[in-house]
Design a protein around this ligand. Structure first.
Ligand code: PMP
Length: 394
């Protein structure tokens, strides 16, 4: 049996990680893998998470199974975080999933059950796991234009033109904030236009929300999702707690499905529980429980928000420093987009050869499409990176 298996190509980011580890140079910089790092290069356990874990260790009396869709309190707390305190809960079905990836996987399975002929539209480019899971599930997909390599902003005209090709019942996958890999995002006026277009066509948005709190703040980063939720009868939201709670390995995510009415909500809720049952029975609980504790305890929540805000503003300061240093070094404003982009990532716009040169000559590791992780920098390494970018002539 196993002899029939063909070796699969190694994940490019993981490949890059092992190259970085094997590089003996002291002044190497890892801008590859997509995890937040502080100025010391550490991905910390957040204070509120530690405190919640301590409480949980003391208070938890059983580790028996929970509910198939996860604890309702987790769904409610996450729905409030994403959709706002006053959201209409009667429309919201939701299930805890193993990470944001699990939520995306479940959303696609839900689409397969409800609309097997739907095409899922992806931004070009997008997080590579999107097309990869779609292919794995044997689903139809298509691309819409998104990134303008000249301005390093959104090619909004191209995007809207491509939305004209979306058919009724198709699904459009959108990054709710902090687009990965480009860092380029729609403004709210543009979101409004996208929502109107989807409504006109009768297409359903699937919003991937993996970085709420990493861009312009917890509320601002949810604004686009809330706008879409208020304009369209049906919306799916695949959210991840990996980044904003720093609980990557706990595998904590949620799929929310906003339905047209309460009757559809109940059936959808049952379907989400069924999907969890088929895939792995009960979703992971530890991370979801920590998140619920943090979101519902005013003290823990305030501390979590404060630390998240430090992380966010720290990344913004690094963006501004990098853009400033490049302005000085190149005498031009062409890297201004680095300060405009939001989230951990920016697509620098370097050629594949320049990416290799940055790695081989300067020990700077970024993904082949020139995505760099801003959180991999600190005040000192920004200057090293800026000089290298200028020297390589990006
Ligand atoms: N969506 C996007 C765009 C991401 O970048 C990530 C994390 N790399 C995820 C979803 C899922 O993250 P996780 O499964 O680790 O929660």
């Amino acid at each position: 049996m196993f002899g029939n298996l063909k070796p699969l190509p190694q994940d490019k980011i993981l490949q890059l990680m092992s190259m970085y580890r094997e590089d003996p140079r002291e002044q190497k910089i890892d801008l590859g893998v997509g995890v937040y790092k502080n100025a010391e290069g550490v991905t910390p356990v957040m204070r509120a998470v530690k405190a919640a874990e301590q409480r949980l260790w003391q208070d938890e009396t059983t580790k028996s199974y929970t509910a198939l869709a996860g604890e309702p309190a987790y769904r409610d707390a996450m729905a409030a975080l994403i959709l706002g305190e006053g959201h209409d809960a009667s429309r919201v079905a939701g299930a805890a999933t193993p990470g944001g990836t699990g939520a995306i996987h479940m959303a696609l399975e839900l689409i397969q059950m409800a609309a097997p002929d739907a095409t899922v539209w992806l931004s070009n480019p997008t997080w590579p796991n999107h097309p990869s899971i779609l292919n794995h599930l044997g689903m139809k997909s298509a691309e819409y234009r998104y990134f303008d390599p000249e301005t390093r902003g959104v090619d909004f005209e191209g995007m809207i033109a491509d939305l004209g090709r979306v058919a009724p019942g198709d699904v459009l996958l959108l990054h709710g904030c902090c687009h990965n890999p480009t860092g380029a995002n729609l403004n709210l006026t543009q979101w409004e236009e996208v929502a109107a277009e989807l409504k006109k066509v009768g297409a359903v948005p699937l919003i991937d929300l993996a970085y709420q709190g990493f861009g312009d703040g917890l509320e601002a980063d949810a604004a686009a999702t809330r706008l879409v939720a208020s304009r369209l009868p049906e919306v799916m939201i695949a959210a991840s707690c990996s980044k904003n709670f720093g609980i990557y390995r706990e595998r904590t995510g949620i799929l929310l499905a906003l339905t047209e009415d309460g009757a559809a909500r109940d059936v959808t809720q049952g379907t989400l529980a069924h999907l969890n049952r088929q895939n792995f029975s009960f979703p992971p609980d530890h991370g979801a429980r920590l998140v619920t504790m943090i979101l519902t305890d005013p003290e823990l929540r305030a501390d979590w928000q404060a630390e998240l805000e430090e992380m966010r503003t720290g990344m913004l300061a690094l963006r501004e420093q990098l853009a400033d240093e490049l302005r000085t070094l190149t005498g031009s404003d062409r890297f201004g987009f680095l300060a405009q982009h939001r989230g951990m990532f920016s697509r620098l716009g370097a050629t594949p050869e320049q990416v290799v040169e940055l790695r081989e000559k300067h020990g700077i590791y970024m993904v082949g499409d020139s995505r760099l992780n801003i959180a991999g920098l600190n005040k000192d390494s920004v200057s090293v990176l800026a000089k290298a970018i200028a020297e390589v002539g990006v």
